[in-house]
Design a protein around this ligand. Structure first.
Ligand code: ZN
Ligand code: ZN
Length: 132
């Protein structure tokens, strides 16, 4: 058992994984999240500060949800920026451009083992026959 203090209410609870908050607070937070999501859907040009004030949710919490891509603001308000280039974005951590660049990098990483497989084939006479 891994007993820890809940980051929200300070109570001891049995920590399993994810955020360090107790099940009560987790439930409250999920209810809050549903409210926020609904509010953002109805008020398409609401800013983070406005949502925070209207629903008494900390700005940091709202930003966390955005970074987790659970919440998306329809307009880039300049409050959430790409962590790589600083361009305003509406959800997640990076802008489309930086995200694409990162996907390309990942692709390259995946291609490396394939290159090695091809090289192995050429050193293996039987496989070379198949290649031709
Ligand atoms: Zn708690
Ligand atoms: Zn970017």
């Amino acid at each position: 058992m891994d007993a820890r203090n809940c980051r929200m209410c300070g109570k001891m609870f049995n920590y399993i994984s994810g955020r360090q908050i107790c099940s009560n607070c987790k439930k409250d937070l999920e209810e809050k999240f549903a409210e926020v999501k609904e509010y953002v859907r109805e008020h398409k040009d609401a800013s983070i500060a406005e949502v925070s004030e209207e629903l008494s949710v900390p700005v940091k919490q709202i930003k966390d949800w955005i970074r987790e891509e659970r919440l998306q603001f329809s307009a880039a308000t300049g409050e959430i920026c790409c962590e790589n280039c600083g361009k305003p974005i509406t959800t997640g951590k990076f802008c489309d451009n930086c995200r694409k660049k990162m996907v390309n990098k990942l692709d390259n990483a995946y291609q490396k083992p394939q290159v090695e497989i091809k090289r192995d084939r050429k050193t293996n006479p039987k496989m070379r026959f198949l290649d031709n």
